[in-house]
Design a protein around this ligand. Sequence first.
Ligand code: MN
Length: 241
Amino acid sequence: MRPLIGVLCGYDGGDGGAFSAKDSIPHSYAACVLKAGGSPLLVPCTDDPEAALAALQACSGLIVTGGADVDPALYGEEPRPELGAISPERDALDRYTVDFMLQHPDLPVLGICRGIQSINAFAGGTLIQDIRSQVNGALKHSQQAPGWYGTHDLRLEPGSQFAETLGEVPLRTNSFHHQAVAQVAEGFRAVAHSADGVIEAVERIGARFCIGVQFHPEIMAPRSERLARLFTRLVAEAARG
Ligand code: MN
């Protein structure tokens, strides 16, 4: 049987029209789960922890998806002028999700873009609010190229679960982020960096499979067997129960 993989939705309040508010997420996440043999379960935003818990408990694996910036107040900082849009609705769902996954180290989890950031922030770490204004010598992390096209290299930490899944040779990835992990949360470690020192992947120490990536493998996987492995591994671990 296909394992259920929870895919967190973002929240879009719309223009106030009767049908404009939406829970939504790009199809590419679900497409990768389906291709890897899983069954995606979209989880809408909620500020009710019990409602979130019921959905999370039904899942054998999770994808903490991309989306808006995390409210810096949630990691103890005031907002810098370069902070982008934030979403209290999505922050609530991610907080419940990260609390849940921290209590369940055997639950396979893949965090993507905002996902690596919210996992790190809600696990007790901090974020760079804006790479361009806070990192000296920063590379271009907001690429203006097709999403399937890699524009900067990552150096992978030998011996990490991340490198074990993808191989240790440098990995060329896409880049669509203006924030990144700053101080890594306790219990996690950085497992990939770009040439400017920006953290591009973290993993939870001792967890069965818990990886956060700053790039968007769900866009590259259809053309990259190497990046598709993140989803096949997530689904395979979830299927093992
Ligand atoms: Mn990048």
